[in-house]
Design a protein around this ligand. Structure first.
Ligand SMILES: CC/C=C\C=C\CC(=O)SCCNC(=O)CCNC(=O)[C@H](O)C(C)(C)COP(=O)(O)OP(=O)(O)OC[C@H]1O[C@@H](n2cnc3c(N)ncnc32)[C@H](O)[C@@H]1OP(=O)(O)O
Length: 721
């Protein structure tokens, strides 16, 4: 786990060996303590280099060890790092690949740091619900100053070696063999005084108006944290570094960490870290899996339809380096799209510092231009008739074997596949707007979709920087299917006495980026109205009598339809569930009109408004969504709870520090979720989405196992179906 050798006569070389990322598990920490001791006591050794095997310095503490305190045996990190800093021989960290979290804290304990030019460094503990508690919160501000340290520690962002050099975080950047460079450097500094190299002895560089700086940062962090506690503790820890002697600062760091470490938020965030990796190991009900299905290379792709989504998809594809044929048959849209895509590419290049990808795109107004591409993403208007026509044409035009994908948020992927000669080469790609920015991609396979195609599209998603989740085909797939009962409950609560702002506030206090009604205003009320009209659900004026609020025997709220009849489509019309200064403006303000609208509505339907508590808002909206999540699992649409949670965290603004809806249900207690659903279902027999589903009942009957054990129960439930 840790290898030791003497090189170049007098340099003790310690190599961390713990695949995949040389994480500091107990054995590695033992190894470091032993080998440092060995090097320091060997009179032939004049200086020491610490590096990691396989081109990676160290990915930090072993996150798996955090699951139980019992796992955390072995030498603790803090004294281990202190003993390195206190050594009387120079210790040099040779950073290849990356130094993250405890890995960077280890490097900060060394007297010198040399990084490869392609290496990255960072303190991402905040993203795991923690803070850099092996001295990182105290050493980093002393080394690079308070503002820069605050920026790194509160965001957890990874920075390049070049930025690290500029900040003074590393001493040298090497273009070739970093370990060789570090050994050479170690030889050159052997015997030199180390007094000025021990960061814990430094004073933080003074900051003018320090109180104002911390107040300002704290306010910003509170706004963006949406209830997460780790970013706040990070600011408090850095403040301790700036105001207290090192030993007291370390004490504060320890206290803050103790609170975070055992918090539910840290558990949720660490679950998300692993869940994100679990969804990459996709599987299909047929038994096809990520490790047994091989894709084939895609050299040239096409996008059909250059509306908002098509433009974003074109940009995302071009940024991967692929050749892209962008097709739009309508002249006006074609000209506008060319300009818009070009602007988006320029903005992207500026943001990322990567070269422009203009040359990768060819534009055409004819579908014939896609004849020789390997993969097509159709992104025309969300209309089954139109999409079917496009798929028939694509099937005729494209070379045999071309993969055909549809960007759709709800439509039946199998129905589209049946329009082509090779339905096994069709999948859905549900992008989220803006498609070149949003991280989530739902990859929707049908019963006939080939695993090869799923492998290709999952890989393509990765190249586009997306978190791709493979899901089965059903109405709304995973994300939008679960959103429906959540939204329905929000509407029903309005009928029963709530206001849009009361509901949104409860959801935003829970941690959602936006409440249900603000989201509805943003995406446009007319979108759902069109779908409901096509489904025959809309009655003019909202209908009358008892049947006005029932469709197919199930409770229905015509509130959204009535809003649309009034032309209140949301932000785009300047009026929706809220009012806006002008059409297109984003600043939502409560609209007094809503009050009389709702009063009149309730009076017409004989409804008596009652006081709705935040708790009821959360229970009804979230538990209805969670219940649908269990149905999704039962139906085999998602392979496991991790898939659902990652979809919600990356695509629907679910607060990451609450781990996703299914993890959250587990945190609340499945028996509590079941009991509350039963309660609400009894009170509302016309709302079948509140009837607890059988998987939830089975899980509770099985003793409410933790999320990572649900798959066993799911397997049993499915085999009984
Ligand atoms: C008193 C003080 C107590 C505690 C102090 C704790 C401080 C810490 O160090 S907390 C940990 C901080 N470190 C991180 O947050 C880094 C997490 N890792 C990453 O960001 C990335 O893995 C990466 C290092 C940048 C490498 O990325 P990539 O090359 O894309 O590989 P991945 O697919 O992400 O990971 C590969 C494989 O490694 C597992 N893994 C990564 N880091 C850790 C880790 N720190 N501990 C345990 N395991 C780790 C990861 O889960 C993947 O394995 P799978 O089997 O595929 O899940």
């Amino acid at each position: 786990m840790t290898q030791y050798s003497r090189v170049s006569g007098s340099v003790g070389l310690i190599t961390l060996k713990n695949p995949p990322v040389n994480q500091l598990s107990a054995v590695v920490r033992h190894g470091i303590v032993d080998t440092v001791q060995k090097a320091l006591s060997d009179p032939k050794v004049k200086s020491v280099v610490i590096c990691g095997q396989n081109g990676m310095f160290c990915g930090g503490a072993d996150i798996k060890e955090f699951q139980t305190l019992a796992n955390m045996r072995g030498p603790p990190l803090i004294p281990m790092i202190h003993s390195i800093e206190a050594a009387d021989k120079p210790v040099v960290a040779a950073i290849e690949g990356g130094a993250f979290g405890g890995g960077l804290e280890l490097a900060l304990g060394c007297h010198y740091r040399i990084a490869h030019s392609k290496a990255k460094v960072g303190l991402p503990e905040v993203t795991l619900g923690l803070l850099p508690a092996a001295g990182g919160s105290q050493r980093l501000p002393r080394l690079i100053g308070v503002p820069a340290a605050l920026s790194l520690i509160t965001t957890g962002r990874h920075i390049t070696a070049a930025e690290a050099l500029q900040l003074g975080l590393v001493d040298q950047v090497a273009d070739h063999n970093t370990v060789d460079a570090a050994v050479k450097f170690a030889l050159s500094v052997a015997g030199q005084s180390l007094d000025a190299r021990r960061i814990s002895n430094f004073q933080c560089p003074p900051v003018p108006n320090m109180d104002a700086l911390f107040e300002d940062v704290m306010q910003k962090v509170r706004t963006t944290a949406r209830g997460a506690i780790a970013p706040i503790a990070c600011v408090q820890a850095v403040r301790a570094a700036a105001t207290l002697p090192y030993t007291q600062g370390m004490q504060r760091e320890k206290e803050l960490m103790a609170t975070l470490f055992t918090s539910g938020q840290a558990r949720a965030l660490q679950y998300c870290f692993f869940a994100q990796r679990v969804v990459g190991r996709w599987s299909m009900p047929s038994g096809a899996r990520w490790d047994t299905s091989k894709g084939r290379p895609i050299h040239k792709a096409a996008v059909i339809g250059l509306g908002t989504m098509g433009r974003g998809i074109t940009v995302a594809l071009a940024q991967t380096g692929l050749s892209v044929v962008a097709v739009e048959t309508q002249e006006k849209q074609f000209m506008e799209a060319k300009k818009a895509v070009s602007n988006m590419l320029e903005r992207g290049a500026k943001r990322s510092g990567k070269p422009l990808a203009h040359g990768k795109i060819t534009y055409s107004q004819s579908l014939q231009a896609v004849a020789d591409v390997d993969l097509v993403i159709e992104a025309v208007f969300e209309d089954m008739g139109l999409k079917k026509k496009v798929f028939q044409q694509l099937s005729a035009v494209c070379k045999p074997g071309t993969f055909l994908c549809t960007n759709t948020s709800t439509l039946d992927v199998d129905e589209l596949a049946s329009q082509t000669h090779q339905p096994e080469l069709v999948v859905g790609m549900h992008f989220f707007a803006p498609a070149h920015i949003m991280k989530l991609l739902e990859v929707v396979y049908g019963p006939r979709s080939s695993p090869e195609l799923v492998a290709v599209v999952m890989e393509l998603g990765k190249k586009m920087g997306k978190v791709s989740v493979a899901v089965g085909n059903c109405r709304g797939f995973v994300g939008n299917r679960m959103l429906k009962p959540y939204r329905d409950q929000a509407y029903f609560l309005l009928e029963e006495g709530a206001t849009p702002q009361l509901i949104d506030q409860a959801l935003e206090e829970f941690g959602f980026a936006m409440g249900a009604f603000k989201v509805s205003d943003l995406s446009g009320l007319d979108v759902g109205w069109k779908v409901r009209k096509e489904e025959g659900l809309v009655q003019p004026g909202g209908g009358s009598g008892k049947s006005a609020r029932i469709r197919n025997g199930v409770r229905y709220s015509p509130l959204g339809d009535l809003m649309c009849e009034q032309g209140r489509f949301g932000q785009k019309t300047g009026r929706g569930w809220y009012q806006y200064d002008k059409p297109g403006s984003r600043d939502a303000r409560p609209d007094p009109w809503m009050h009389s609208f709702l009063e009149e509505y309730r009076a017409r339907h004989g409804l008596v408004a009652r006081r709705i508590s935040n708790q009821e808002v959360l229970e009804r909206c979230l538990y209805a969504m969670i219940n649908e999540g269990f149905r999704v699992l039962e139906d085999g649409i998602a392979a496991g709870p991790e898939d659902i949670d990652i979809i919600y965290v990356f695509g629907y603004g679910w607060p990451r520090h609450r781990g996703g809806p299914m993890f959250y249900a587990n945190m609340v207690g499945l028996e509590i979720v079941l009991e509350r659903l039963e309660h609400y279902a009894q009170a509302n027999p016309d709302m079948p989405t509140l009837q607890p589903c059988s998987l939830l009942r089975k899980l509770v009957a099985s003793g409410s196992p933790p999320v990572n054990k649900w798959k066993e129960v799911i397997k049993n439930v499915r085999s009984q179906l």
